[in-house]
Design a protein around this ligand. Structure first.
Ligand code: NI
Length: 250
């Protein structure tokens, strides 16, 4: 199984070796980590170069929109050229805390989609309370494909993204008792799903309240198998194929 999206940082984990060892022991073959601030990009590139099972996507998160300069975008492009990154992200729009810097967010999002197009890389999309604008900006880049990470919208929205060539990232939220995400899983089926933890956040049930890590991917796979009434092996095989194809993992 592949954890297609998480964050690994020494700030969150005392022992990164142990985090990776535990993930491998629980049946995870590959982990895609995301660096999404200037600092975490540097750290993520370093971590991924130290472990053959770790792949990396880089890109500035929408919450960084006020901080990122033209020079920072040039630095990102240089990093894309210099390291074997498998995608750009997480990038997108986040209106949860307000819309004051909406134009800066949109500008940063478009600039990074241009890089994805230029370097033929998939994108990992963060969209929070911003579905309409996310869809309309992605439509400006019909050649770019990617992952709608930590999807939490309606089944109708999921179908729109899929029709645009995107995969849907399903994480720990699907295991929460009050979550309606099962309706999305039922509707879209296993061929459009990527497994992800978004660790260290969003720990699946029954470990909510503790720090998340890639070792919990099987809990998410188990829940999806349950919803779709298929075997865990099938969830594992098909989501691994989905991720391998989208991110061109070797
Ligand atoms: Ni994330």
């Amino acid at each position: 199984m592949i954890d297609t999206h998480c964050h690994i940082s020494i700030e969150d984990y005392d022992d990164i070796d142990l985090v990776i060892k535990e993930a491998l022991e629980s049946g995870i073959s590959k982990i895609i980590i995301s660096g999404c601030t200037k600092e975490s990009i540097v750290e993520s590139l370093k971590i991924s170069s130290n472990y053959s099972c770790i792949y990396v996507t880089i890109g500035y998160h929408p919450s960084e929109a006020d901080l990122i300069t033209t020079d920072d975008l040039l630095l990102l492009e240089k990093q894309i050229q210099s390291f074997p990154v498998v995608g750009i992200g997480e990038i997108g729009l986040d209106y949860h805390y307000g819309k004051e810097n909406i134009n800066k967010q949109k500008n940063l999002f478009r600039k990074q989609l241009e890089l994805a197009e230029k370097y033929h890389l998939p994108v990992v999309i963060h969209s929070r309370d911003a579905t309409e604008d996310t869809i309309s900006i992605l439509k400006e880049f019909p050649n770019v494909k990617g992952d709608i990470h930590c999807f939490s919208g309606s089944k109708e929205t999921a179908k729109i993204y899929i029709s645009m060539g995107y995969m849907i990232g399903i994480g720990g939220v699907v295991t929460f008792k009050n979550s309606n995400l099962y309706k999305v899983v039922e509707e879209i089926g296993i061929h459009s799903i990527l497994l992800e933890t978004d660790a260290p956040y969003l720990t699946p049930s029954p470990y909510r309240g503790t720090i998340n890590s890639s070792k919990y991917i099987p809990l998410i796979a188990e829940k999806i198998a349950d919803i779709l009434n298929i075997s865990i092996q099938e969830v594992s095989d098909i989501t691994t194929e989905n991720a391998t194809r989208l991110f061109d993992l070797k």
